[in-house]
Design a protein around this ligand. Sequence first.
Ligand code: SF4
Ligand code: SF4
Length: 374
Amino acid sequence: MKKTNIEPYIATYLHQKGRKLGLPIAGNFELTARCNFRCPMCYVHMDADAVDAQGGELTADEWLSIATAAQKKGMLFALLTGGEPLVRKDFFEIYDGMKKLGLMISINSNGSLLHGDVLKRFLKDPPCRFNISLYGGCDATYQKMCGIPVYNEVKENIRALRKAGVPVSLNLSITQFNCQDLEQIYRDAVELDVNVKASAYMYPPIRTNDEQYGTGTRLSAEEAAEMTVAWDKLRLTPEDFVERTKKMGQLIDDCCDSCSMETDDGVPCRAGSSSFWVTWQGKMLPCGMLTSPAVYPLESGFDAAWEELMQKTREIRMPAGCVNCSYRNVCGVCPAVCYTETGHFDCSPDYMCRKTKHQVNLMRAFEKEVSKES
Ligand code: SF4
Ligand code: SF4
């Protein structure tokens, strides 16, 4: 798979600066809730009728007016996402308009519509990166997970982008529908020469149904831990896996030593301090997995909305149980995990606790096995 480039380090530096100065370095633009796939774990999916019944999506002009104001306020990176953003007939009006603003644009896509004239346009004027979700390693898995058997088409589209030198990164959501395909997906990633960002953690989709706190179509916490470890065993050599386990152990031990020095119960990530998310209806949130705090840039103006979002995000407190937990530096807990799992920012999420602890135990068991053999 491709080696890491320096882009994430530059982005990290810029986000640190943005956080300090109160600048919205990155904007996530959820252009639509519609998608030609039907994935059961999706946090936003709606069909066209339901979208219309709720007042419809923002127009291209409205997206560009938000992006223009955000760019004036400091935005450098824009992620165009959905749903599937390429289902919008006016996608290129938005894309070209944002390009003219000089933004570094990335696109999240399921990869199925990246052919014909659409592909030609992207090859002529590519984004900085495509993040393409690969949902399986064969048509049967695509049918089960997405309701559409387009594995080969997606792979061909990725191949065409790579051939033209367009940067592509794969997102892999590991669920009960595709966990048997991990080896094939890994082989595909190697063949296509692309990095994979894999996750077996699925946020409860509270935006589609507010009764979904702590639920969702997903693996059990223990199964999610097992799949995370299985993926790491595929992509790492036993030596690298053991090295990783040792570093993880160090992080857990160091955390205990320095707890009283380092505890901070504010939002630890970029959400609402140097990045924002605008939903298909124009609601601005710190992060797309959340339903609140929400502000409205088209009503109050972008600058006022951004100030209000930062203020409301600063009021969010992480759970004391997580802040003081020795696993916190190796655990995937974040405000969105707490909120979607429990309905509260300040409650520790049981699912994530179980996943993290099971994962640590599995890694340590494998480390012991390897040391016995050597
Ligand atoms: S709250 Fe969680 S999911 Fe949202 S941006 Fe932060 S780390 Fe990511
Ligand atoms: S979710 Fe559980 S394991 Fe993770 S930091 Fe919070 S208390 Fe610790």
